[in-house]
Design a protein around this ligand. Structure first.
Ligand SMILES: Nc1nc2c(ncn2[C@@H]2O[C@H](COP(=O)(O)OP(=O)(O)OP(=O)(O)O)[C@@H](O)[C@H]2O)c(=O)[nH]1
Length: 339
């Protein structure tokens, strides 16, 4: 008789995982952003739709407060499967951020980009400045800030991409020069946007949060072992639907079993036909990131989890000290790996 599959109820706590990825260019970028705040009218803060709670960086709110703020949840296309649930979750997020407006975007979806441009136009119309409205796009690494800037410029003034984008974090290292996204020739006043480097959270108290952020590409892939990350992805896929990987294997909680099956089916084999587990784990993660292994979100969003995210427990002094040491270790490791 066939046994029914039961997904793991919890993922093991991995205390040895790094909890920081706060690099030199994050710190330098944030300092520069602070100096530009007096000439900035609006902050567009990007967060990742798949981790709406975990991709909140309180540092960006504390350091860049006092300005009108639009929160944009990017990569909506990668987190959307069931429309009903999305609407419920999106309403909760809007309520959380009130009175700041909240939008959800896929950078390739004109309707989403047009909504953000309409917001920018409205801000410009309400502003008395004659030099144009200045906005700054900020957020965690790899959330899609530069892609958003390119999309706004493309639709807003019909010009091509200016900002470099890439699948790994840290493509943008410095604050860009102003890019025009709305031209006053159309009866509006100019709106300019600045791209900024992604800034990571100085210390992530929770190892699971670190796994989520790594899975979404906020930290370099060399920071957490690919098989660990693939195992966490399997845990999340089983929660969403164990059929997501049915082309490779029947439902399982065993990552090595699944990676072996994928390696065999996709030909990722070493000499002698041994499955190349590490490169298969990287392939699996990248395939999920591009939407090929299910589109679902990693955070549980409800009134309680939002409340916890809004009022995080402050790290203790020893955690803060540990974070400092950890940041130096990670910085050195990233430097060594070319990060
Ligand atoms: N599917 C999908 N992919 C997106 C979206 N926005 C950005 N991306 C992809 O996410 C990756 C990161 O995008 P970037 O625009 O370089 O991210 P960033 O925030 O500027 O990254 P940093 O340089 O680390 O600051 C790229 O591979 C983009 O193509 C989106 O809305 N949907």
């Amino acid at each position: 008789m066939a046994t029914t599959f039961a997904p793991r109820a919890a993922f093991p706590v991995l205390d040895s995982l790094p909890r920081s990825y706060f690099l030199g260019h994050h710190r330098a970028g944030l300092s520069k952003m602070k100096t530009l705040l007096s000439t900035t009218d609006v902050i567009i803060e990007c967060r990742d739709y798949r981790v709406p709670l975990t991709s909140r960086n309180p540092l960006l709110e504390e350091s860049l407060g006092g300005r009108a703020r639009l929160i944009v949840y990017t990569k909506r296309d990668l987190g959307c499967a069931e429309r009903g649930n999305n609407l419920k979750r999106e309403r909760l997020l809007q309520k959380w951020h009130h009175p700041s407006p909240v939008m959800f975007s896929d950078h390739k979806e004109r309707r989403d980009i047009r909504r953000i441009l309409d917001f920018a136009r409205e801000q410009a119309a309400n502003s008395s400045t004659i030099t144009g409205t200045r906005m700054m796009v900020v957020g965690m690494p790899n959330v899609g800030k530069s892609s958003l800037l390119n999309a706004l410029r493309g639709l807003g003034v019909g010009k091509g991409r200016v900002a470099r984008t890439g699948a790994q974090p840290g493509v943008t290292r410095k604050i860009s020069t102003s890019v025009k996204i709305i031209d006053c020739s159309e009866g509006d006043s100019h709106v300019y946007l600045l791209d900024t480097p992604g800034v990571f959270i100085p210390y992530v108290p929770d190892a699971t949060a670190m796994l989520k952020l790594a899975l979404c590409g906020c930290v370099k892939d060399s920071i957490i072992a690919p098989t660990t990350l693939a195992d966490y992805l399997l845990f999340q896929m089983n929660k969403a639907s164990p059929t997501l990987y049915s082309e490779f294997h029947e439902p399982t909680n065993d990552i090595l079993e699944l990676l072996t099956a994928i390696a065999q089916k996709t030909g990722r084999l070493q000499k002698g036909g041994t499955p190349d587990i590490e490169s298969t784990a990287i392939w699996m993660i990248q395939r999920w990131r591009s939407g090929g292994l299910g589109r679902f979100i990693l955070d549980d969003v409800d009134a309680e989890t939002i409340n916890e995210a809004a009022n995080p427990v402050a790290p203790s002094l020893s955690q803060a000290r540990k974070a400092g040491k950890e940041a130096i270790r990670v910085r050195n490791a990233a430097r060594y790996a070319g990060g």
